[in-house]
Design a protein around this ligand. Structure first.
Ligand code: CDP
Length: 251
């Protein structure tokens, strides 16, 4: 049934565009078609720490004119709450309490601090914390115009029906070098060996946890950025996303 016929039925009347002038019929069909197309695409970008997924997700959002959610910030905000209260990170119950009234300023530098990063990695393994943050992420992913989300479990748990799924990765050594540069750039004191050990520990926690582990969804495209600069990585991601969306259109 066409969208116009469907609408006519929904309002209890017979399809009436037969009696309209041709120009009006076209515009009625156009309205119907644009309504049918209104649901925008969901783009899921997953990957380990410092893989470049944030840069890629922001660029994809700009390119396709979609809203973007960095889901890591939610876990960081919970960690920051817990840290400020002096809560016990080994208690799932206290971590869950830190999910209450989760207002935060994404520009708050404390969100990106080392203690908070470490805490975020710990508390994100708690099933109760993940469950508390689930609806917020799913609501964002299901908005009518489409969305880009980046994290660890977007393509597997949050938006398993996403039209585009990218899994962005790079070797631990390359990711450690990137993170080191970032930290030194912020005036922080850091050493390559420590940063590499931290990246490896986070990888193990992300991939080894029981709930929503970091894993490549069966229909995700792997983007290895080990040998790509930021511009090249973004160009490759845009190309792959456009290709996937085109395939979805012709299917
Ligand atoms: O920037 P980086 O990749 O180090 O971290 P992030 O994406 O800001 O995420 C912060 C922490 O939250 C990570 O240690 C992840 O373990 C966790 N996280 C998660 O478990 N699930 C997500 N969807 C996003 C982040």
């Amino acid at each position: 049934m066409s969208v116009v016929r469907g609408l006519a039925h929904a309002f209890g009347g017979a399809p009436c565009h037969r009696h309209m002038p041709l120009s009006k019929q076209r515009s009625a069909e156009d309205v119907g078609l644009s309504q049918a197309k209104e649901k925008g695409p969901v783009i899921a970008v997953d990957g380990p720490a410092a893989s470049g997924k944030g840069t890629i997700a922001r660029a994809l959002a700009r390119h396709f004119g979609l809203p973007h959610m960095d889901t890591g910030l939610l876990y960081r905000a919970v960690a920051l709450n817990l840290w400020r209260w002096g809560g016990d990170p080994s208690s799932q119950f206290e971590a869950l309490r830190a999910c209450d009234e989760l207002g935060f300023d994404p520009a708050d530098p404390d969100l990106r601090s080392e203690p908070v990063s470490k805490l975020a990695s710990l508390i994100s393994a708690y099933p109760a914390v993940r469950a508390a943050l689930l609806k917020r992420q799913q609501d964002f992913a299901s908005q009518a115009g489409g969305a880009v989300l980046d994290g660890r479990d977007i393509g597997t748990v949050i938006a398993p029906r996403a039209e585009v799924k990218l899994f962005v990765t790079a070797t631990p050594e390359v990711r450690a070098e990137r993170r080191l540069k970032e930290l030194l750039g912020c005036g922080m004191n850091a050493h390559y060996e420590d940063v590499l050990a931290d990246i490896r520990a986070r990888d193990a926690r992300d991939s080894g946890r029981e709930v929503a582990p970091l894993t490549l969804a069966a229909d995700a495209i792997l983007v290895d950025t080990s040998e790509l600069g930021p511009d090249q990585a973004v160009a490759e991601a845009v190309r792959l996303a456009e290709q996937r969306l085109e395939e979805a259109r012709v299917r």
